[in-house]
Write a protein that binds this ligand. Structure first.
Ligand code: SF4
Ligand code: SF4
Length: 194
């Protein structure tokens, strides 16, 4: 659809997700936009928070100098950090490439982008934070992960598989299945902490 719209020539810019995990746009879509001299904006430069390393995210993005990333900022310090990346040449080393691959492998193809289009759940399941449990657990200890996510994970028990969220998810994620798998890990952590 985005490609069709670009080709109409009616628009002056295009804004779609673009980061080292979701980079399909760089093929046809960005090429078509460039041919029409359109501005290209990179939405979700941190993949909805899945990339927790701003330096590596920008190393990837700066390889496309005509693509303008539009990150969300929560402090003046984070603005300063991003500005600092642009004060030296962009060098992507083999180590950087390996790190990007590690993120891709860890997330796989099915991961939540935290867009929240699936919500609200009629049963009150806190879908987005519960979907993030595995990522949280990969970065924090089980004790901290359990404490941090307790409310969201306890809400998973309210899921009755109605499927309403699946219909709303633009990435067609099997949400109840993924929630159950996150919950299994949460339960395992609870058991370990007893
Ligand atoms: S499938 Fe589960 S999480 Fe999704 S909307 Fe229904 S009850 Fe909520
Ligand atoms: S709609 Fe899909 S990608 Fe977006 S927050 Fe819900 S589960 Fe995640």
């Amino acid at each position: 659809m985005a490609l069709k719209l670009v080709k109409t020539g009616l628009f002056s810019s295009i804004q779609v997700p673009f980061n080292f995990i979701e980079y399909a746009a760089k093929e046809e879509l960005h090429t078509a936009a460039r041919e029409l001299d359109m501005g290209i904006l990179a939405m979700k430069p941190f993949a909805g928070g899945m990339i927790d390393n701003a330096a590596i995210a920008f190393k990837f993005l700066r390889q496309y100098p005509d693509v303008i990333p539009i990150p969300g900022y929560d402090s003046v310090d984070s603005v300063d950090e991003v500005v600092s990346f642009y004060q030296s040449p962009n060098i992507v080393t083999e180590r950087d490439t390996r790190l990007m691959d590690k993120y891709r492998k860890e997330l796989g193809k099915q991961f939540c982008r935290r867009c929240e289009y699936c919500q609200p759940c009629p049963n009150g399941v806190m879908i987005t934070p519960a979907m993030a449990y595995k990522i949280i657990a990969s970065r924090m200890s089980p004790a901290v992960s359990v404490e941090f996510s307790r409310a969201a994970m306890e809400s998973v028990k309210l899921c009755d598989d109605c499927g309403a969220c699946i219909e709303r998810c633009p990435y067609e994620l099997p949400i109840p299945e993924m929630l159950k798998s996150s919950y299994d890990l949460y339960e395992q952590h609870l058991a370990e902490l007893k």
